[in-house]
Design a protein around this ligand. Structure first.
Ligand SMILES: Nc1ncnc2c1ncn2[C@@H]1O[C@H](COP(=O)(O)OP(=O)(O)OP(=O)(O)O)[C@@H](O)[C@H]1O
Ligand SMILES: [Mg+2]
Length: 260
């Protein structure tokens, strides 16, 4: 059975970083196969995972529509054609595979290609033990059901009142959408540390988390190594285990007790 874990939240809160460190943890602690899906049109998960990317699903959709308008796919069915193209867009590495969604379909585009693409991606995803989806800031992908039913939804927030309110809106939206999340957990990122180096939240923020009924998985401290890696374009997946951010992320995953 495939276990699907999606990461969502407000813009710039650390979703891509969490997705990368989650993948890193899976590689180190589990033997299963991993498919990383970059569901953000600005396509940057491959950079933090340190792999090249040539094509996105958005590129394939555009190209297929052009081919069809030019006169067809040379006798191959659209489904077979798209299945081959999706497999070509898959970045395969020894540790994980990656698929980037790229640009979303334009407004009002109800083309059959989208439906078929979704079908092909679903089919592909089923052959992995883990699927990790890095979402864009809005909930477009969730509402378009690029992110299908998920076993675990990790919502990332910054340690602010506005961030936590946005996080609780994500939970409300999930309940309104057809997407089903079996478990939803909150991660608060970029938290300041106390004198002992432990990340701590202001009591007001703890109250909001309780009031909104959010289930806190854990806190990740502000960590200057991340900025250093990002500044030099070094993949976050190579962050050493001794860094505060990785230690925090590993503690969080272990506390999720069987959900990952
Ligand atoms: N704990 C942290 N300590 C220091 N810097 C961090 C931390 N977490 C994230 N950052 C920095 O914050 C920025 C945003 O992180 P990231 O790209 O993971 O967020 P995002 O939610 O995926 O953003 P977007 O909404 O644009 O996709 C990056 O420059 C990253 O280096
Ligand atoms: Mg991101």
């Amino acid at each position: 059975m495939t276990r699907t874990i999606a990461v969502a939240g407000k813009g710039g809160t650390g979703k891509t970083m969490v997705a990368a460190l989650l993948i890193q943890h899976l590689i180190e602690h589990h033997s299963g196969s991993i498919l990383a899906i970059d569901a953000d049109p600005s396509t940057n998960l491959h950079l933090v995972l340190g792999v090249p990317l040539e094509e996105t699903i958005g590129d394939i959709r555009e190209e297929t529509l052009q081919e069809v308008s030019r006169g067809g796919l040379g006798g191959i069915s659209k489904h077979d054609y798209l299945e081959v193209r999706v497999n070509q867009a898959l970045v395969e590495t020894e540790r994980f595979d990656l698929l980037a969604m790229g640009r979303p379909e334009g407004p009002g585009c109800y083309c059959a290609a989208n439906h078929l693409l979704r079908f092909c991606i679903d089919h592909l995803a089923k052959s992995y033990d883990y699927v990790v989806i890095d979402n864009e800031a809005g909930l477009e992908h969730l509402s378009r059901r690029t992110t299908r039913d998920v076993d675990l939804l990790l919502i990332v927030s910054d340690p602010t009142m506005r961030g936590l309110i946005a996080a609780s809106r994500v939970v409300d939206l999930i309940h309104e959408l057809e997407t089903h999340a079996s478990h939803i957990r909150l991660i608060v990122n970029r938290v300041s540390v106390d004198g002992d180096g432990r990340p701590t939240l202001a009591p007001q923020l703890e109250s909001v988390i309780r009031e909104k009924g959010l289930e806190l998985a854990g806190l990740i401290p502000e960590d200057s190594t991340v900025a250093d890696y990002d500044a030099l374009g070094k993949p976050l997946i190579d962050l050493p285990l001794k860094t505060p951010i990785r230690r925090a992320m590993n503690e969080i995953i272990e506390s999720l007790d069987g959900l990952v």
